[in-house]
Design a protein around this ligand. Structure first.
Ligand code: BV8
Length: 247
């Protein structure tokens, strides 16, 4: 049983504008590995940061394509967990709610969240690395990376790699929501990847109440107003119940 401070419950009950930043930890209870987790099987030998880069794709496109094909299938087979559903419920109670996610698995929308900003793209989408044309289907020849039907360029996942710029429209909307919010949640993220990680501090500097929900303490923890360390799939439904009652 989690004891939420009465002042926090009051703040949430009367909140008009809430922004949330989520990271891989929110999908951990859906069976998806986080970036800090050991990778699985064949991928144990690689660090995500070494594969999620344009240089890695340039150097060994097949290896990077296969890693994303593996993660795409894993994401497709995953289901939203109670933490995802709780965030969709909060959106229904708050006039202005923005869900900013670093996750590429699409599980927030699958859980019913509507105003979702995917800062790092979406692993289920594939596009041409040369002309940018999106591909709806592609060959699954296991010996080579599929190529674009229009220009013959190599296909790649529609995600933001390290060293690549974030989608400007989504980032601008995330900054606007961060500036406008009264309450900012940082959930399931180690808060190390920039510029997403800077949003929590920006909200706090702008006077928002900062709440962290994460399995472990992070560099952000000393700066937050409320910290709940544990599973988001347990803490978030309990918080929704405490503020808005069981839906
Ligand atoms: C860019 C898509 C401009 C791919 C990802 C300052 C400013 C600008 C850039 C930088 C900067 N400093 C450094 C940089 C460079 C770099 C960066 O941040 N590097 C880091 C490593 C220091 N940033 C970039 O390159 C960005 N680009 O800024 O463009 C530019 C252009 C050119 C040159 C320079 C700059 C692009 C970053 C995006 C990279 N792409 N994903 C893919 O998915 O394969 S990032 C990747 O990491 C995922 O999106 C992931 O979400 C994200 C962050 O990780 P987390 O989500 O936090 O996951 P993590 O595993 O770390 O933590 C999980 C947490 O959950 C843990 O704390 C754990 O305790 C907790 N947890 C676990 N289980 C649970 C739980 N919590 C609750 N419940 C549970 N059950």
């Amino acid at each position: 049983m989690i004891n939420f401070p009465a002042d926090l419950l009051q703040l949430l009950k009367k909140a008009e504008r809430i922004a949330v930043l989520t990271g891989a930890g929110v999908s951990q209870e859906s069976g998806l590995r986080t970036f800090r987790d050991e990778q699985e099987g064949f991928w144990t030998q690689y660090k995500p940061e070494d594969l999620a880069t344009p240089e890695a794709f340039e150097r060994n496109p097949k290896l990077v394509w296969d890693w994303y094909a593996f993660r795409r299938e894993t994401a497709r087979a995953a289901n939203p967990n109670p933490g995802h559903f709780a965030l969709a419920q909060i959106e229904n109670h708050v006039p202005e709610f923005t869900l900013i996610t670093q996750n590429v698995d699409g599980l927030h929308r699958a859980a019913g969240s509507v105003n979702v900003l995917e800062l790092h793209g979406n692993i289920t989408r594939v596009l041409c690395s040369k002309c940018g044309e999106y591909a709806q289907t592609w060959g699954d020849d296991s010996t080579s990376v599929p190529v674009c039907a229009l220009c013959g360029g190599l296909l790649r996942p529609d995600v933001v790699w390290f060293g690549e710029s974030l989608p400007q429209a989504e980032l601008q909307k995330a900054v606007n929501a961060t500036r406008a919010c009264q309450i900012f949640f940082s959930i399931g993220t180690s808060g190390v990847v920039q510029p997403a990680a800077s949003l929590a501090r920006a909200a706090h500097a702008n006077g928002a109440t900062l709440i962290e929900v994460n399995a472990d303490p992070t560099p952000l923890t000393p700066s937050v107003d409320f910290a709940f360390h544990g599973k988001s799939g347990e803490i978030l439904p309990a918080l929704v119940n405490a503020v808005w009652g069981a839906d």
